[in-house]
Design a protein around this ligand. Structure first.
Ligand SMILES: [Zn+2]
Length: 361
């Protein structure tokens, strides 16, 4: 299991599709002057995968955790479509699935087939995935006509797949999500303030808005977690409740790791500026993964230190446990950890770090 990768505001790669100044589309019913007005039939609320209300399972001052049927259905269809693309056995195809009526099996398989040729054929932060995620997580992103057409089709297939998912996976997945959230709740209560406040000081900026919405799901993309951090919409995290690397105290680190993606990015934010200025001053090229290695080490080390101060010793941060960005470990250990421990200044640490991590000329 490797890292999560929010790369850039998701629509930035599609400038032709990114129009400013328009109101967000409303795909559900509108209330106008006391009358209920339905949106065009193809996009109306009836085509939503289900009508269950979206409520967090747990809301803390830092995070709001969801175990949402629609979002988990989307995650499962996308995961099965990815399996199909790789000619792997599809995980929903078991005894329960075989016992369903033909219509439910066919509808599920049609959804997986559609997704395997469309949404699953794109990258984690593609437009195709972003528009579905934005809608299901209620992020309110602006969508153009093409987005709305694609979204309507994606939602239509999710709706078709819902009965098979509800019968064969949802109760078990919902229970796993709720167990994961419950296990994290105590750690958040004990340590979230210490970790969050320390990270804000170290990064040099606080979070825009708390709590951050977190959808807990089975798979959450290839990495097991990722974050949309676009200044125009609320930050959104999805994270796996099933992957072994995201259990126990690692869940505490990784939830703050994901949240950190709002502040620490490759192009924007106080850390990007710090590293860019340090590289310019030192006259070296900036390693392209350094910002993310720095994020890993910061969230990991702060989590480890806070746990240790509370008497929970022996925590091994995620990057160390899983060998993420191994080539950067030594420079980060030598030059960034002293800053995290308060032994050196920020600029001084950044300067030494970019020099030690610079790719050979
Ligand atoms: Zn990350």
């Amino acid at each position: 299991m490797t890292a999560a990768h929010p790369r850039r505001p998701p629509l930035r790669g599609h400038p032709a599709r990114h129009h400013g100044g328009r109101r967000p589309p409303c795909l559900g019913p509108w209330i106008l002057g006391g009358f209920l007005v339905l949106a065009p039939a193809a996009l109306a609320g009836d085509d939503e995968p289900s009508s269950e209300a979206r409520q967090p399972v747990l809301e803390t001052p830092w995070f709001a955790f969801f175990s949402d049927f629609d979002f988990n259905l989307y995650d499962a269809v996308l995961a099965s479509a990815t399996e199909r693309r790789r000619d792997q056995p599809e995980s929903l195809h078991g005894e329960c699935f075989a016992a369903l009526v033909q219509e439910e099996r066919s509808a599920w398989d049609a959804a997986v087939a559609y997704y395997s040729e469309t949404v699953a054929a794109t990258g984690d932060f593609s437009r195709e995935r972003f528009i579905v995620r934005s809608r299901l997580a209620e992020l309110g992103a602006e969508l153009d006509d093409d987005d709305q057409r694609d979204l309507a089709l994606s939602l239509l297939f999710l709706r078709a797949a819902a009965p098979a998912y509800r019968a064969c996976r949802w109760p078990e997945q919902d229970a796993a999500n709720r167990r994961w959230i419950a296990a994290l709740a105590g750690r958040l209560e004990r340590h979230a303030d210490a970790i969050g406040e320390r990270l804000e000081r170290l990064y040099g900026r606080g979070w825009r808005s708390l709590p951050i919405a977190v959808d807990v799901v089975g798979t959450a993309g290839w990495a097991g977690a990722d974050t949309i951090a676009d200044r125009n919409i609320p930050t959104h995290v999805q994270i796996t409740s099933r992957a072994p690397g995201y259990q126990g105290a690692a869940a505490l680190e990784m939830i703050f790791h994901e949240a950190s993606h709002e502040i620490v990015g490759p192009w924007n934010g106080p850390v990007a500026e710090l590293l860019r200025a340090a590289a310019a001053e030192a006259g070296v090229e900036l390693d392209r993964n350094l910002w993310h290695g720095l994020l890993f080490v910061s969230a990991g080390e702060v989590t480890r230190a806070v746990l240790e101060a509370a008497g929970e010793t022996g925590y091994v941060p995620f990057a160390e446990a899983h060998g993420v960005f191994q080539a950067l470990h030594e420079p980060l250990r030598t030059h960034w950890l002293p800053y995290l421990r308060g032994e050196t200044g920020r600029e001084e640490a950044a300067r030494a770090l970019v020099e030690a991590a610079a790719p050979p000329p």
